[in-house]
Ligand binder design. Structure first.
Ligand SMILES: Nc1ncnc2c1ncn2[C@@H]1O[C@H](COP(=O)(O)OP(=O)(O)OP(=O)(O)O)[C@@H](O)[C@H]1O
Length: 288
């Protein structure tokens, strides 16, 4: 998006090439999150590598969304540190204090679109917030480009969220997440509620955008097909921490009971058979 490149330089100050922050755009150490006596995370560590799609899985209530919220500064941890693109998120007083918010895009569950705004107006919200000085014409053009990039037809720009299917709403949410040309993309259950064909199409869209735009993707999902098809590595949340990170074959080789039952259950086996047919299984990773 050449028109916006110059504008975004003001916001995005990349870490030095080869630095830790460059190699690992998200680094979490010793994280503790709790709601009163309910401890969700304790001593949680995680490194996300630049340019990977990291799938984040775990049973319901293990704290996948809370982890994402902590990384983007919406949940203040009781202990630990979080660095995103070299910036210490845990030192921020509130999310307005985080100067790298313009370098990530977020697709929340359900899209979280403003119902009274059209798709294009939704995409324009972050542009207005971070770049109030750009002209209306350029803002409209950037929004239209992001809508098309997300696989929606041009007509969708003037539609309201209530006029879209669930799959189209996800794509509109993705268009808004891409509005500022982010380096990091956070996706919370992006294929939840989509039919299998729509979900597969969304997976391929994410993979193709990640490759074309060089994104690093933090992807929470329960969708085994998504894990097999597009994730480079998978982080497993259990016992209040990340118990393992690796490719799926590496995770299957571990002996944690939850991991074994997750990947070796009937759905896991079906997803693996489909991935083997497509040649989608990866090779490298490590155990936490
Ligand atoms: N604002 C909050 N106040 C109190 N407890 C909360 C709050 N947000 C999350 N929790 C609790 O934290 C735990 C983790 O929630 P979280 O939504 O992160 O789980 P999850 O792994 O994303 O679950 P799911 O897969 O079902 O979406 C849950 O027990 C939840 O009830």
């Amino acid at each position: 998006m050449t028109e916006s490149d110059g504008l975004l330089t003001a916001c995005a100050v990349p870490p030095p090439p080869g630095s830790e922050a460059d190699l690992f755009p998200i680094r979490v150490r010793g994280l503790k999150n709790a709601f009163g006596p309910h401890v969700v995370h304790e001593n949680l560590d995680l490194d996300v590598r630049r340019g990977e799609i990291l799938g984040v899985v775990g049973g319901s209530g293990t704290g996948k969304s809370v982890l994402m919220r902590a990384i983007i500064g919406l949940q203040i941890p009781e202990e630990g540190t979080i660095e995103v693109l070299g910036s210490p998120i845990t030192d921020a007083r509130d999310d307005d204090d985080i100067d790298i918010r313009c370098r990530w895009g977020i697709l929340f569950q359900g899209g979280a679109l403003f119902s009274t705004l059209t798709v294009a107006e939704n995409v324009e919200v972050p542009l207005r917030e971070f770049y109030p000085e750009i002209t209306d014409e350029l803002r409209h053009e950037i929004a239209r480009y992001k809508v098309l990039l997300s696989g929606l037809p041009a007509e969708a720009t003037s539609k309201y969220p209530s006029e879209l299917s669930g799959g189209m709403r996800k794509r509109a949410g993705l268009a808004r997440a891409l509005a500022l040309d982010p380096e990091l993309l956070f996706l919370d259950e992006p294929t939840a509620g989509l039919d299998p064909i729509g979900a597969a199409g969304f997976d391929q869209l994410i993979r193709s955008l990640q490759q074309t735009l060089g994104l690093t993707v933090f992807l929470i999902t329960h969708d085994l097909d998504t894990l097999y098809e597009i994730c480079d590595r998978v982080a497993v949340l259990a016992d209040k921490r990340v118990i393992a990170v690796g490719t799926i074959p590496e995770l299957i080789a571990t002996d944690h009971p939850w991991i074994k039952s997750y990947f070796n259950g009937p759905r896991g086996r079906a997803a693996m058979a489909a991935a083997e047919r497509n040649g989608a299984l990866g090779t490298s990773g490590d155990q936490a």
